[in-house]
Structure formats: C-alpha cells, structure tokens
Design a protein around this ligand. Sequence first.
Ligand code: GLP
Length: 248
Amino acid sequence: MKRWLVSISIYRCRAAAEVGRLAAEIIGRVVVENPRAVLGAATGSTPLPVYQALARQVGISNTYKKISVFALDEYVGLPHEHPQSYRSVILREVAGPLGLSSERVYVPDGAAADPHAEALKYENRLAHAGNADVQLLGVGSNGHLAFNEPGSLFTSRTRVVELAEQTRRDNARFFGGRLEAVPLQAITQGLATIMDSRKLVLLATGPTKARALANALKEKPTPELPASVIQNHPDVTVLVDTSAAKFL
Ligand code: GLP
C-alpha cells in the first residue's frame, strides 16, 4: 500500500487514560500560551478521558477560565435539555469540570426552527472567534469526522446532514440501545471548517476504530473516508491506544 502520510505525529499509548493525559497536556500548552484560546471539543466516548485529565489540571490552577469551547456538531431535533444532546454533554463533561461559564460554550442549536440558518450562523460565529486553536477529534467506525459521513466534500462547511445508518447504530448505545431514538439528522462543522483549526488532535481508542484509523492515515485522502482529510493539515497529532493502532 502506498503511504501518503508525511508529517503526522502518532503516539501509541498503552491505554485510553494515557491518550487522555497526553491530549490534556497538548491543550494545556496551547492555553498557557493563549489563555483566551478556542478549544474545539469533540463528543462521543473517546474524548472523555481528556476532559477528566483536564479537570485534574484545573484542580491545580484556574488556567481554563477564559477559554471558549466550540462543539463540532449537534443532533437536529433533540431538546437542549435532553441528556444526549451535545449541548448537555459538553456542559456536563467539559464546562462543569473546568469551571467554565456556559456563556463560553458554543454548540449548534439543534432545536432551532431553521437548522440550515443555524448552521450558517454557527459557521460565522466560529470564524468570528478566530477558529479553533486546538481541535479534538474522534473518528467514527465508518471513518466519519464530527458528523461528516462518507461522501462529505473536503470543501464542506457547517451544514445539516443525514446520519449514516452505521453511525446511528453505533450511537444507539447512548439512547438506551434504541435505534429509533437516535436522530436522523445533525448540524456538523464541515471538513473545511475543521481544517481551519490551527492544531488537530485526533484520538482513537478500541479495536472498532483500528481499520478506519489505518485507512484514514495511510490511504490517499478521499471524501469516502472523511477522516483522511487530516493528511492535508500541517499540524496533526494522533493519539491511539494499542488496540486502535493494530493496523498502523
Ligand atoms: C459521534 C461524533 C463524533 C465522534 C464519533 C465517535 O458520532 N459526532 O464526533 O468522533 O461519534 O464516537 P465515540 O468516541 O463514542 O466512538
């Protein structure tokens, strides 16, 4: 297989907790340099150890009080207070532990009357904030990035998307295992929006990510594998545990 990868730093960690610690160190360095940094937060289960590690740092200092947090995406149609809306998740897992005011947390409004207008507004709000200084990313088992499903253009911006069947199945575990409870659509930052971030930190843990991760890092970048777009970014760190690194 031809290797297209040129300048991505890959760290293989023994376990998810170590992935979390290393990502938190990277974020910590960005914020020490710029206390008003924009942190791009990812949801899903993979980044949780990062937020736990950040919260442990917060116990020692008030470093994170002035940052802003921008979410990558949000389900369309869930009420704000639904425990699985990404707004709830980011407030619970990130803002709460970091002692951040909710005014510094931005999540697309998935309950907006006009989700298309909301997507455009969110894209502009993020651009106005200067884009993410450091963007955390997970990867879907089908290679999606945020909710950019296979077929998403590398030029895509924040927009309303249909969720892939695979993604809804993967995420049903957050909805009591009920596929029918998983929304059909989401508002997601586009791949070009994500690529505007100054630094990308891609996290992958567990065996279900091994194939998508290897393809995303080793194959020629293609919209069929949205995560492969990161090969075109100048500052990418990939943090993986042993099982996700199986095919690297
Ligand atoms: C969700 C999110 C993605 C996330 C992915 C992986 O669908 N929109 O941003 O990276 O799923 O989730 P997990 O970390 O739970 O495997």
